[in-house]
Design a protein. Structure first.
Length: 324
């Protein structure tokens, strides 16, 4: 083991002891790819040290976020107690993850994780302390009928969340649950066809090589779908990719999420960015893992600063201030 791996063990310990509370003899499946193999190896070593039965699968990197893993891997995930996903492209919003969760697996998504993220950053947060706050926002979403999100740069979007569950992702998972790590967020998937208004993206789109936003991207939403995307180079990258799928569901408004991790920093990597306190994001594309009904070829998140979120007219998020 080199010295950097010794430092990485600190983050691996947090993931195994706090995020999944790994027990001896549990079945652990670590799914990684050729680009993230070292991360997988450190996690595997830490899991073996804790007496787990470990299977590590190194797959061909996916071509895009939301692409299903190979069928034999999906089958292994379904039979595991714990699934860890240090991968280059997200497999979180897939049937493989949904089926593994339905079978009781405890799942941690580590998409685009870097070796440095195992050493410092969002993983240094106290997830147990953040859990109740995250759950309160999710409960407000579950109990609500209509949500409105605005921002100082011009976001103004309304959506119907009647009957939809609020999801609390606080990096600690029980059986049948998944959470991205170290992103701490509460989210909800709106009823299909109900989102209307405008999104002004001024923080990041941590997909497609876009990363931290140079100039705001203006996105108009009509009846649950993106109708127009305006901006400069980064807007064009997003627009071209969504059009390339030739599937209207790629433009679906799938999610409203709010970042709650005070240790996360905006760096252009999904699982750090989406947890940044003082940001919210609109997820587009697939919504099946969040409580919605849409399976699209992709799932991307559009982040913006300084959100104000109202549920049935009551302000629950005001920038970095959480009012539940």
């Amino acid at each position: 083991m080199d010295m950097k791996e010794a430092l990485m063990f600190k983050g691996a310990k947090t993931i195994l002891d706090i995020c999944v509370a790994l027990k001896p003899n549990e079945q652990v499946v670590i799914l990684t790819d050729m680009y993230k193999e070292k991360l997988g190896s450190v996690l595997a070593a830490a899991a073996v040290e804790r007496g787990a039965e470990v299977s590590m699968v190194v797959m061909t990197p996916r071509e895009r976020s939301g692409q299903e893993p190979p069928k034999p891997v999906a089958e292994a995930m379904k039979n595991a107690d714990v699934v860890l996903l240090p991968v280059s492209y997200s497999v979180t919003h897939t049937y493989a993850v949904k089926n593994a969760a339905a079978n009781g697996a405890r799942i941690v998504a580590l998409t685009e994780f870097t070796e440095e993220m195992l050493i410092s950053g969002g993983l240094e947060a106290d997830f147990r302390e953040l859990k109740p706050l995250c759950q309160k926002i999710a409960a407000a979403f579950s109990a609500g009928n209509e949500v409105r999100v605005t921002s100082s740069k011009g976001t103004d979007l309304t959506m119907d969340i009647r009957g939809r569950r609020g999801n609390a992702l606080y990096c600690i998972v029980g059986p049948g649950e998944f959470s991205p790590v170290p992103n701490v967020e509460a989210n909800v998937s709106p009823l299909e066809g109900t989102a209307n208004g405008r999104i002004v993206v001024d923080a990041s789109i941590p997909y497609l090589g876009i990363g931290v936003i140079d100039e705001p991207i203006y996105i108009d939403v009509e009846n649950g779908f993106i109708a127009k995307i305006e901006g400069t180079r980064q807007a064009e990258v997003l627009r071209r990719d969504l059009e390339s799928h030739n599937d209207k569901n790629s433009f679906n408004i799938a999610e409203l999420g709010v970042g709650l991790n005070p240790k996360c920093k905006l760096i252009g990597i999904m699982l750090e960015d989406e947890g940044v306190l003082g940001t919210a994001h609109i997820g587009i594309g697939t919504s099946i893992t969040l409580g919605g009904n849409v399976k699209a070829p992709c799932h991307y998140d559009l982040l913006f600063w300084d959100p104000k979120i109202e549920v049935d007219g009551k302000l629950i998020v005001d920038g970095k201030n959480i009012l539940v």
